[in-house]
Write a protein that binds this ligand. Structure first.
Ligand code: ATP
Length: 514
């Protein structure tokens, strides 16, 4: 079987070759951890955003959207705690001069133990065949027990160090676990240091007295500072939510894995304001709702899991991640946090404004608690592409690369080909597009053999192709070819919209959520 790293490299190359993702400033050899979306990438990305936005704002009467500016008053970041505590623990390898996040090195080590255990269990399953009792094996195998104990001990030590912000202990764990730099292979490590991730810039010219501002590292604060505006003007009653999609910036030190960790990225965040005391119930509800949103895409429940946080952020009283199985392991795509009333209280304190909710039912005023769902558009994009990519061997011995994108997310929904460039076929093909382009994204292609045109459409995940041939000119029927099964059927042109629209529309996806 092909190594997962090789598959991932192919996916990255595919994204560039087919106009999904390009390195930023490509002609200048790129800029670290910054990427541009191409002609197909932007469509896929927009569809992902639409799917999220509509699932929040269209399907919930009590959720509304906003679009706050990226630049915010600098005191916002003081109040939120980002100026003082938005840090990553960093460690350098002295030989390779490469920098790593100490917490990520240790988490990878924990994942290695878990991997050993799973491999061991898989081997045993093959050895014992049908009579294999997995639960019993996990309880009694000396090797599994030992690895499990080591993993648990490491996990506990790591959580403690992280919660105590004990940088020396984090380093000691790396030394004791004999973790080596993947580049140099040595264990020659520096001390662990903290590094603030916020980008700074200035507004106004120096002559006027410039003031230092930050590029927002999360979109959430734009929602908190607008809580009063939206609550009052929208006459919102608790519980209610505010949703927002926008760019965020973090000066990530360890920027690898393509668009998984970027310095400029996009977030889709929703803050749900609730009555104090009800937050953990709402936390559980949003965990379920968000998992259902992911799973409606049909990638298989086994590819998702929740990962509860070892270290709660200073503002949270519960937190979990939704992780997805990427080619490089299970990784966080979305965070769900119970943020208490920390942010609103802090903004009240720093701004001197009363930020509360008057509860008409009880006659009390209080600061609402907040449940946050926060997902990265780019990470979601990556998970969709990774899961959809397939190099498929066909019965005739040929191979094709196909993106099995969920039809509702696909950049192009229908491609229309004239079989030849003669006999009025191009005109007929264009007339089909003229009619259907109001309903979904269509593309016209007349270059190359039909087989080649199919391959190009498979590679961008186009769910349907239609070919106009001699018979079309006689009876107004076309062949409709399905991307995944490659089956073709003859259908009347007048029936195309009915067959395709239902399958490719966001509505069909959204209906799965209710
Ligand atoms: P990580 O632990 O991977 O750094 P995080 O826990 O700091 O992520 P959050 O602050 O919870 O991330 O942000 C919410 C979401 O924003 C993440 O689940 C992820 O999808 C996305 N995100 C965060 N940082 C980045 C980044 N540098 N590049 C792309 N997406 C990101």
């Amino acid at each position: 079987m092909e190594r997962q790293e090789d598959v991932f490299k192919k996916i990255v190359a595919h994204c560039k070759e087919y106009g999904f993702v390009f390195p930023s400033s490509d002609i200048y050899d790129g800029l670290g951890a910054v990427y541009d979306y191409g002609q197909n990438g932007v469509e896929l990305k927009n569809n992902i955003k639409q799917y999220w936005w509509q699932s929040m704002v269209l399907l919930h009467e009590n959720i509304v959207g906003i679009d706050a500016a990226i630049f915010m008053h600098p005191t916002v970041w003081k109040a939120s705690g980002h100026v003082d505590a938005f840090n990553d623990p960093l460690i350098d390898n002295k030989d390779s001069k490469k920098r790593y996040r100490a917490d990520v090195l240790i988490e990878d080590q924990i994942a290695k133990y878990a991997d050993h255990i799973e491999k061991d269990v898989e081997k045993a399953r093959k050895r014992f065949g049908d009579s294999f009792d997995e639960a019993q094996y996990r309880k009694t195998s000396a090797r599994v027990i030992e690895a499990q104990q080591k993993m648990d001990a490491l996990h506990e030590r790591y959580s403690k160090a992280l919660n105590a912000n004990d940088l020396a202990e984090l380093r000691q764990i790396i030394i004791d676990e004999e973790i080596a730099c993947p580049i140099s292979g040595t264990r020659n490590w520096t001390e662990v240091r903290q590094f603030n991730l916020m980008f700074q810039t200035e507004v106004g010219s120096t002559a006027e007295g410039a003031s230092r501002i930050y590029l927002r590292p999360e979109t959430a604060q734009g929602i908190f500072v607008n809580y009063l505006n939206v609550q009052k003007t929208g006459r919102m009653k608790l519980p209610f939510g505010i949703a927002q999609i926008g760019k965020a910036f973090r000066n990530e030190i360890v920027a690898r894995q393509f668009i998984f960790r970027m310095r400029e990225f996009e977030q889709m965040e929703m803050q749900y304001f609730v009555k104090p005391g009800t937050e953990l119930e709402w936390f559980a509800t949003w965990k379920k709702t968000r998992m259902a949103w992911h799973q409606a895409l049909g990638f298989g429940a086994e590819n998702y899991r929740f990962h509860d946080h070892d270290k709660l952020a200073h503002y949270a009283n519960a937190a979990t991640d939704i992780e997805f199985r990427m080619p490089f392991g299970f990784k966080e795509v979305e965070g769900i946090h119970s943020r208490t009333n920390f942010d609103l209280s802090q903004h009240s304190k720093y701004s001197g404004k009363k930020i509360e909710y008057f509860d008409p039912e009880t006659g009390e005023s209080y600061t609402p608690f907040v449940i946050e769902t926060s997902i990265g558009v780019d990470r979601m994009f990556l998970s969709v592409i990774c899961h959809s990519y397939e190099e498929q061997r066909l019965p005739d011995g040929q191979t094709r690369v196909v993106l099995h994108l969920p039809a509702a997310l696909a950049p192009v929904k229908l491609a229309v080909f004239p079989l030849t460039k003669k006999d009025g076929m191009p005109e007929k093909a264009r007339s089909i597009i003229e009619e259907l382009r109001f309903h979904f994204n269509c593309k016209y292609e007349e270059k190359d053999q039909i087989g080649k045109r199919y391959r190009r459409m498979d590679a961008i995940g186009c769910p349907y192709c239609v070919t106009v041939d001699q018979q079309t000119l006689e009876d107004d029927t076309v062949t409709l070819r399905d991307r995944d099964t490659m089956e073709q059927q003859r259908v009347p042109i007048s029936g195309l919209r009915g067959i395709i629209e239902d399958k490719v529309s966001l509505t069909s996806l959204l209906k799965k959520l209710i």
